[in-house]
Design a protein around this ligand. Structure first.
Ligand SMILES: *Cc1c(COP(=O)(O)O)cnc(C)c1O
Length: 404
């Protein structure tokens, strides 16, 4: 069989750094998650055997692909409480969904020319909002409190007759903070303003229902919920109110004209499967993860002085901890613990290594920001791993503080 190049670069990298003898522990589930074995199995037939183009209307290859896509659309719709599966538009991920929602809503010019968002949003929300200013639209970025929460009254005060769209994320990717979507959604509905939410970190982790929350546009991505990278969706409400979007690009008119391009059928099938599993296991997994998270946090608190939690203590994702360790730099901790897969809280998740705008928005001092670690627990983590990670963190922080 033809060899498709080196399929194991990670292992080679590990060998080079001499890490293979130590088992790595993955605590970075906000960055991405592994594909679930069940998801992989569901996708497999759609690469080579059932390879048809879902837009081919005249033969069984196309029909099979189209049926698989529509089944996945139903699965995604069900997971977010969307009453009409056709309101789900498949995209390449949450970055594209956010761009389509924000640029598409404003450029449609069906409402006003103002967009309101929040300082702690992902760059995939803030940057398209900023890009709109070059097209003559105006943007208002609301601050958050020191716990990361937005005050719904601040949103109320920011609304003007010109406001077309409000964009507030469901769960933050750095500090895990859950925003009060129900209040903001009700407010937007009452004022006739479209409400968008980036739910990349929230779907499959916390209950989310576009009807009860009055969400008009909702961004999702598969790779944060144990599905494949490169696929996501935008929920676009088609009734009461009907949201009208201008597409980002043009072509074959797929996805109701909102997202032209041949559908990646295997990825969509995997997304549907992953979202269904995540919804079915959500409650049990949330209890398990919050117990592991609390155990980790309690061990660190007990063993180390001056550890601070960044972000609201209760209104946060079950698997998230963002901690600052006074007197030590997060980069120094990470350098000592290459087998713990963690992120420095100060480096945001974008391709460019800029300091975290999220921690800055909480008003944290540069010292607190530079000593912040983001810990993201997920499905693969065991009690044993958490205890091991806690012990290692305690050892390294003590050593770096100079009293071991
Ligand atoms: C990961 C993430 C994104 C980007 O999603 P992609 O599918 O990787 O483009 C956007 N928003 C949030 C909150 C995220 O966590």
């Amino acid at each position: 069989m033809q060899d498709c190049g080196d399929a194991r670069p990670q292992q080679r990298l590990g060998e080079k750094r001499g890490l293979v003898t130590r088992r790595s522990i993955y605590l970075d589930h906000h960055a991405t998650t592994p594909v679930d074995e069940r998801v992989l199995a569901a996708m497999q037939p759609f690469f080579a055997r059932d390879f048809g183009n879902a837009a081919s209307r005249t033969h069984v290859f196309g029909w099979r692909a189209a049926a698989a896509v529509e089944a996945a659309r139903e699965q995604v719709a069900a997971a977010v409480g969307a009453p009409r599966a056709r309101d789900i538009v498949f995209t390449s991920g949450a970055t594209e969904s956010n761009n389509l929602a924000i640029l598409g809503a404003l450029r449609s010019r069906r409402r006003g020319d103002r967009v309101v968002t929040v300082a702690t949003e992902h760059r995939a929300v803030l940057d398209p909002c900023r890009a709109l200013t070059a097209e003559g639209f105006s943007i208002e970025v609301l601050p958050v409190a020191s716990d990361g929460l937005i005050d719904p009254d601040a949103v109320r005060r920011a609304l003007t007759p010109q406001t077309a769209l409000v964009s507030v994320m469901a769960a933050n990717n750095e500090i895990g903070v859950l925003q009060p979507l129900a209040e903001i959604g009700a407010l937007c509905r009452e004022r006739g303003v479209w409400f968008h939410s980036d739910a990349a970190q929230a779907v499959g982790k916390i209950p989310l229902d576009v009807e009860t929350l009055h969400i008009d546009l909702l961004s999702l991505t598969a790779h944060k919920l144990y599905g494949p990278k490169g696929v996501g969706a935008l929920y676009v409400r088609s009734r009461a109110p009907r949201v009208q979007l201008t597409p980002l690009f043009y072509g074959g008119g797929h996805e109701r004209g909102l997202r032209s391009g041949t559908l990646p059928v295997p990825l969509i099938v995997g997304f549907g499967c992953a979202v269904e599993i995540a919804a079915a296991e959500r409650e049990r997994e949330a209890v398990r993860l919050s117990q592991l998270r609390d155990r980790l946090s309690q061990t660190l608190d007990r063993e180390l002085p001056e550890v601070h939690l960044n972000g609201h203590a209760e209104s946060r994702l079950p698997g998230n901890l963002n901690l600052s360790f006074d007197g030590v730099k997060a980069d120094a901790i990470l350098a000592e613990l290459p087998h713990l897969a963690l992120s420095a809280g100060s480096a945001c998740t974008s391709a460019s290594a800029e300091p975290s705008h999220v921690l800055a928005a909480l008003g944290l001092s540069p010292e607190r920001r530079e000593s912040a670690l983001r810990i993201g627990l997920g499905r693969s983590n065991t009690l044993e791993e958490i205890d091991l990670a806690a012990a290692e963190l305690v050892r390294v922080v003590r050593a770096l503080r100079g009293h071991s």
